[in-house]
Design a protein around this ligand. Structure first.
Ligand code: NVA
Length: 310
């Protein structure tokens, strides 16, 4: 019987300290500048990438990034593997850990990836769970650095479903980066209080802050970065009709953008124009969404390299 391993994983944003996050972001910038200079997965080594939920950017950016690092991506269809039903998560972890140098998993509850990490014997990376999406926020911090020069001291506002993975990951990652993070969503769509408290604890050490701001206009006022995400996360499709009207005041549109401080606009995609964001804002001059999408590859290369070489 395997015992939980001491190996370092990236399961949530605060698995990195503030200094480690800065180190990984520096590495991401260096890898972006010279994409083929560093091949820590050469050998070749295999990286298992498993999807229990839909994907486009995540699969594309991991496959491309693993290739650039000299490794081989082994994409596993979660619907075929049926992890946790056909066989236990622990058994899958032990099997994949014997085939791959690293495991990347997009799945449902965070407890599933924690169990995978406990038994894999190799580093595990969270490619989105119901609670966190830390690879996206690493890419976003890289994008903010590129467009605003730095992250510390800037105000980042997330509008919409603040109870979803993106809301949680912005709270933790922004606090680590010394940012002032505001999340704003309708009643019933507020972040997990434990995650908000953890972000506030981190922010106390980095000079940032983390808070819920109920009024979307107040949340957007003076923000350097304005972010939204779909109102209907994967798995919540049944609530689609109910949410549209409740979320309307949080739509990222020209009026909210005008309240920002020359704000850049971010969205992890997929985006629904006319719902959480208007087309003129998403496709307008303040939007940096395509840089964000590209930066997934650079940020993920950096976290993979950091995990396998440390
Ligand atoms: N909150 C969204 C993020 C998609 C990248 C979802 O979970 O579907």
């Amino acid at each position: 019987m395997s015992t939980p391993s001491p190996i370092k994983h990236f399961l949530r944003d605060d698995d990195l300290t503030a200094a480690e996050q800065a180190e990984v972001l520096d590495l991401a910038a260096a890898l972006k500048a010279a994409p083929y200079d560093s091949k820590p997965l050469a050998g070749p080594q295999t990286v298992a990438i498993i999807f229990d939920k839909p994907t486009l950017r995540t699969q594309a950016s991991f496959v491309a990034g693993i290739a650039e690092l000299g490794g081989h991506p082994m994409v596993v269809d979660g619907n075929l593997a049926q992890i946790g039903t056909r066989e236990s998560i622990a058994d899958v972890a032990r099997v994949l850990g014997r085939q791959a140098s690293l495991i990347v998993w997009r799945t449902h509850d965070q407890s599933r990836i924690e169990e995978m990490a406990a038994y894999a014997g190799v580093p595990v990376v969270n490619a989105l769970t119901d609670q966190f999406h830390p690879c996206q926020t690493l890419a976003d911090l890289l994008t903010i650095r590129e467009h605003k020069g730095s992250t510390a001291g800037l105000t980042m506002t997330f509008l919409g479903d603040a109870a979803c993975n993106m809301g949680h990951s912005y709270l933790l990652s922004g606090a680590l980066a010394g940012m002032h993070v505001r999340v704003s969503g309708p009643d019933g769509f507020q972040p997990d209080p434990a995650i908000l408290a953890r972000a506030q604890e981190i922010a106390a050490g980095t000079g940032g802050s983390a808070q819920i701001v109920d009024d979307p206009k107040q949340a957007a006022e003076g923000a350097d970065v304005l972010i939204t995400d779909t109102w209907i996360s994967m798995g919540k499709e049944a609530e689609s009709a109910d949410r549209a009207e409740v979320f309307r005041p949080w739509q990222l549109n020209a009026d909210l953008l005008a309240l920002g401080n020359d704000a850049i606009v971010m969205h992890c995609l997929p985006a629904y124009r006319g719902k959480e964001i208007t087309a003129d804002v998403l496709d307008g001059p303040s939007s940096v969404i395509w840089d964000e999408a590209e930066n997934r590859r650079h940020a993920q290369k950096a976290i993979m390299q950091w995990l396998v070489t440390r």
